[in-house]
Design a protein around this ligand. Structure first.
Ligand code: SAH
Length: 425
């Protein structure tokens, strides 16, 4: 099991550790490339550094593998119960919205595909409830390597590559008979009533970092350390940059802020789609509601890793600022949360589910594993508190459009599961 992720404790920069592996050679190549670039054109934003470190073609082994393959394990990989309860959340929302006759499940960054697999198992088990509903799955994944792993997990590898002019680059049929499509961008997913899912997706997108100074906001940039060869360090921009002008909200109170404009754009797209075609989105991530400052950190083999050393060898991440996402949604939809993972899962009935699984497990080893994984997800010191759930829902899901005129003539709206206790009829 992974160690819980906590804010970076490492000093700002450390000598690059020697890596005697192929990964070491790739890392050295990327560092050389970065140093050349910094020497030639000066410091870069943290966002640009993250993009280089996570996707530079110099790192053949790492590019296309991304996270979830060694640097840390995500909740669905810790316990099947996590994905099952999320599957139940979608069914409960589908019922509350009057059981529309079709929906798309759209997942952003599905990793190994474990979460989708657990959700589809629930859809299959509740087949009698969903029998008249036309369900399809749409995965948004940029990594060719991970899309292959997802295809293997979900279809047993029976997929077909699509011609370039099709919006989906690949398609297949799940083991339970549901059509699955793969895209590189959310904008390629066809419009329609959809349930969206983004689990540990937004925290991997590039951030800009800013520091308040006596002269106003300055952007934190990445540069070469002039004292130590091939070592990187953080510096402050001498004057304001286009990012300081555009990304800091006037009402900002913090002295140090991280902004992820790409997350803002994507959440806006989700909100527009839900406003127009209906559905809901569930976002689950490490995050805060506009209170934290310096959360940028690296993980390598489940351990904290200095973000500036050996770029390309560690997974880089920053907490999601849910208050920023809410502002970007601009009331196109209602939002719920963020609420802590342990509260969300408790409301979804994790305790009952655990009891059932324990009763059905004959051997002590399995029971112990179930209890350990429950503790990992729920313990406030582990993932229970720092992980949050946040939802986007159409306004009419929570307030009758004509409520003001005739409040007594409408039946009460069902509470949203997870953010309230689950009431499945
Ligand atoms: N949701 C998974 C793990 C997410 S890891 C889980 O719960 O286990 C982040 C995922 O997002 C990876 O699959 C990565 O390849 C993908 N990804 C990163 N940036 C992306 C982008 N801009 N568009 C689509 N997918 C992206």
């Amino acid at each position: 099991l992974p160690s819980p992720r906590s804010p970076r404790a490492a000093p700002l920069s450390r000598p690059v550790p020697a890596l005697p592996t192929a990964r070491g050679a790739e890392a050295a190549a990327l560092l050389r490339h970065l140093c050349l670039k910094l020497r030639a054109s000066g410091p870069v934003s943290v966002a640009e550094y993250m993009r280089e470190a996570l996707t530079n073609p110099a790192q053949v082994g790492r590019a296309g593998q991304g996270r979830g393959l060694g640097d840390f394990i995500t909740s669905p990989e810790i316990s099947q119960v996590f994905g099952e309860l999320i599957g139940i959340w979608y069914i409960s929302e589908w019922m509350a919205m009057g059981k529309p006759n079709a929906f798309q499940l759209v997942e952003l960054g599905p990793g190994r595909g474990t979460l989708t697999e657990d959700i589809l198992r629930v859809f299959n088990q509740l087949g009698s409830v969903l029998s008249k509903c036309d369900v399809s799955v749409h995965l948004v994944e940029v990594s060719p390597k991970l899309s292959e792993i997802q295809a293997q997990m979900l279809t047993g590898g029976k997929v077909q590559q699509n011609p370039e002019d099709e919006p989906a680059y690949m398609k297949g049929i799940s083991k339970t008979g549901i059509p699955i499509f793969w895209y590189r961008d959310i904008q390629d997913v066809p419009p329609g009533y959809s349930f969206y899912l983004a689990h540990e997706f937004f925290d991997a997108l590039p951030i800009h970092k800013f520091q308040r100074t006596e002269k106003g906001w300055r952007e934190v940039l990445v540069d070469i350390d002039p004292e130590v060869p091939d070592q990187l360090r953080f510096v402050l921009s001498p004057s304001s940059t286009p990012a300081t002008e555009n990304f800091i909200l006037p009402e900002e109170r913090r002295d140090h802020v991280e902004v992820c404009p790409e997350a803002g754009v994507i959440v806006q797209r989700l909100a527009c789609r839900i406003e127009k075609d209906g559905g809901a989105a569930l976002v689950a991530d490490y995050g805060h509601d506009g209170t934290k400052t310096d959360t940028f950190r690296g993980f390598r083999n489940h351990k904290l890793h200095d973000v500036l050393s050996a770029p390309g060898t560690a997974d880089l991440t920053a907490d999601v600022d849910f208050s920023y996402l809410r502002k970007m949604i601009q009331e196109r939809t209602t939002t719920l949360g963020p609420i802590k993972q342990r509260e969300f899962l408790k409301n979804m009935g994790i305790d009952l589910r655990l009891q059932v699984l324990l009763q059905n497990s004959p051997d002590t080893a399995t029971r112990e594993q179930l209890l350990n994984s429950y503790d990992m997800l729920m313990n406030p010191e582990k993932m229970g508190d720092c992980f949050n759930f946040f939802a986007l829902l159409p306004h009419h899901r929570l307030v009758h459009p004509d409520k003001k005129d005739k409040p007594e003539s409408k039946s009460p709206l069902a509470p949203v599961a997870g953010f309230n206790e689950l009431l499945l009829k």
